[in-house]
Each structure stands twice: as structure tokens, then as C-alpha cells.
Design a protein around this ligand. Structure first.
Ligand SMILES: Nc1ncnc2c1ncn2[C@@H]1O[C@H](COP(=O)(O)OP(=O)(O)OP(=O)(O)O)[C@@H](O)[C@H]1O
Length: 321
């Protein structure tokens, strides 16, 4: 890996894009993508992910703000930066009647920074890395969607890359293709490549990423490690009881805050939940019993990542695979 990669491979400051229509697609975002991370750039459709990625790669110019990729300013330094960045933005258009290998060679031949004398060898290595060596001689039209996407990633891997930027790499894939691409991304990151990947799928971030940033309506709401995001999700006290009013009063008197009755629950029992803060839960249980509250259920529940992101963005995420 290149020495300059110890610094964050992607840094933006106040990055903004206002389109001619007047629409502000990206509104002053400060991104910092650590070296070696699998960074999930998460947000609902239309939240500004693709526009951000296009600015990172120098495909469009920011209205204001700065972008540094691999320590150098973009788009100014794109000639020296882009050969070290593998990108998958709009999937490359393959010739269906050509083999996977022939398509790969064609893309490399169109790349002025690529060395023709090593082309065949590099194609062989890229096909090997994405697990397509055995299918390299097959026509692309016989490829599954997952194989096509892996071939697209092979295009991005024809040269040694310090950073991969992938825009919705599993979009449109069936579950098998999705698994293939996710495991490929994990392997690539395991080799030390930083991976920046956008997605509207929360499950993708949960399964794949070490870090995440959450976009909503052009703004960056949060960015942190996945471990931090998870630990921040405070557990809530959940009590099921036919004596709901009394349960509420008792808990409130002990200092449980934000008491609410959730709409839908797994059981028919009336349920109240609240934030117990630092209160020891055995004391809370004892107090309910002492107040003659009949208890059908009692415990701490951690909100899912989805619930907390929905609370953050006010929008739902697609949690489907
Ligand atoms: N060339 C353009 N001209 C005008 N508006 C645009 C242009 N490109 C994108 N937009 C608008 O900017 C907003 C952000 O779009 P963007 O494609 O960046 O979002 P996204 O998060 O990548 O969503 P998706 O996953 O649907 O692509 C959207 O409202 C979109 O309509």
C-alpha cells in the first residue's frame, strides 16, 4: 500500500452541490473515511449519495467546499489520484457476446494509464480475485447478475488500488449475487484496500461495514464506527402488565423517563416502555411488585439500528436484503 494512505483516504470539508435547477443535492458535508475501513455511505434514495460520489471522483465540480482523495485535492490532482482509485459508479456496459476476459481487456485498453505489456496478466489476476477465473472464457450474456457485478469490480481492480468507491454495488442483485459481492468486498478490504460503498440498505451496512455515515436530504447526519453506533443505542425498559397505569406511576416516581405505550407489540398485553437511565433494574422490578403491579413481562430491549436511524432521519430505510 502507498505510504500516504495512513491519512484518511477521503476527506471532504463543507462539500456542497447545487444543481442549476437550484436543488441543493449535497449540503456542506464533512466526511472522513479512515484508511482500511469498509465505510458504508447510507441514505434513502435521493439523499445525495451519488452526487457526493461523483464529486469525490472528479466527475462533477462542487459548488463549494473541498475534497481530498488519497491526500490530494480533487478534481485538481485527478491525473495522479484516479489511477489509485477503483470506481464502480454506473456499471460498465459489457458486450454480451464477448467473453468476460475479452471485456476486461477492452476496458483496460481504453485506459490510458494502463500498461499494455502487463494487460493479460493483470486481467488474469483481477478475474482470479473476483472468483471468475473459471468463467473468464464464457460470454457475458451467460453470466448471472452477480457474476456481471463481479466482472464490473474486476474492471476496477485491473490496477492495484488503494481505494475502492462503489455506488450501490448490490443494487438489483438477487440474494446469491448480493452475498457474492459482499464477500468479495470483505476480501478486498482484508487485503488492505479502503472501501467506500453507498447503499440504501441498512442490512448491508450492518453486515459489511466497519464505519457508517448517514445521509438525509443532502445532509450528513452522523458518521462513526459501527461499534460506536451500536453502543449508543440505549436499552429501554419494557414492562407488560394489565395494571398499566399503576406501573407507569410507579416507574415515573422512581425516575424512569420518556414513558410511552408502544403502538404494536408482540403480545396482547398492555405494554409500557421508558428510559431507565442508570437505575438498577432489579430495584425497578422490586418496586413494581411492592406496588402490587401484576407483571407479565419485564426486561431491557435494545432498539434496532433501523429504529435509531429512522429516529435520526425521520425516514424509513429499506431493510430488505
Ligand atoms: N444532474 C442533476 N440535476 C438536477 N438534480 C439532480 C441531478 N442529479 C441528482 N439530482 C437531484 O439531487 C438529489 C440527490 O440525488 P442523488 O442521486 O445524489 O441521490 P442518491 O442518494 O444517490 O439517490 P439514488 O440512490 O436514488 O441515486 C435528488 O433529489 C436528485 O433528483
Amino acid at each position: 500500500m502507498n505510504g500516504s494512505c495512513s491519512e484518511a483516504p477521503i476527506v471532504t470539508r463543507g462539500l456542497t452541490k447545487r444543481f442549476r435547477s437550484g436543488q441543493v443535492a449535497v449540503a456542506g458535508i464533512d466526511l472522513e473515511v479512515p484508511a482500511g475501513s469498509i465505510f458504508g455511505f447510507l441514505g434513502p434514495n435521493g439523499s445525495g449519495k451519488t452526487t457526493t460520489i461523483r464529486m469525490l471522483l472528479g466527475l462533477i465540480t462542487p459548488t463549494s467546499g473541498t475534497v481530498q482523495v488519497l491526500g490530494q485535492p480533487m478534481p485538481k490532482a485527478q491525473l495522479s489520484v484516479l489511477p489509485r482509485v477503483g470506481a464502480l459508479v454506473e456499471g460498465p456496459a459489457f458486450y454480451p457476446f464477448w467473453t468476460g476476459r475479452a471485456n476486461l481487456l477492452r476496458f483496460d485498453a481504453a485506459d490510458r494509464t494502463a500498461d499494455p505489456s502487463t494487460r493479460k496478466q493483470r486481467a488474469g489476476e483481477a478475474l482470479e480475485r473476483v472468483g471468475l477465473s473459471n468463467a473468464a472464457g464464457k460470454k457475458v450474456r451467460a453470466y448471472s447478475l452477480g457474476m456481471r457485478q463481479r466482472l464490473a469490480i474486476a474492471v476496477a481492480l485491473m490496477q492495484r488500488r488503494d481505494l475502492l468507491v462503489l455506488d450501490e454495488p448490490t443494487n438489483g442483485l438477487d440474494p446469491q449475487g448480493t452475498r457474492e459481492v459482499r464477500s468479495l468486498i470483505r476480501e478486498l478490504a482484508g487485503d488492505g484496500t479502503t472501501v467506500f460503498t453507498s447503499t440504501h440498505l441498512l442490512a448491508e451496512v450492518e453486515q459489511l461495514c466497519t464505519h457508517a455515515a448517514v445521509m438525509s436530504r443532502g445532509r450528513l447526519l452522523r458518521q462513526s464506527t459501527m461499534a460506536e453506533l451500536r453502543s449508543e443505542l440505549r436499552p429501554r425498559l419494557v414492562v407488560r402488565s394489565p395494571d398499566l397505569e399503576q406501573a407507569k406511576q410507579t416507574l415515573a416516581a422512581l425516575g424512569v423517563t420518556d414513558l410511552r405505550e408502544p403502538g404494536e407489540t408482540a403480545t396482547d398485553d398492555p405494554t409500557v416502555e421508558g428510559d431507565p437511565g442508570e437505575l438498577p433494574i432489579d430495584k425497578l422490578a422490586a418496586a413494581l411488585v411492592a406496588a402490587d403491579v401484576r407483571i407479565h413481562g419485564f426486561g431491557l430491549e435494545r432498539p434496532s439500528l433501523e429504529e435509531s436511524f429512522v429516529a435520526l432521519t425521520g425516514e424509513g430505510f429499506d431493510v430488505a436484503e
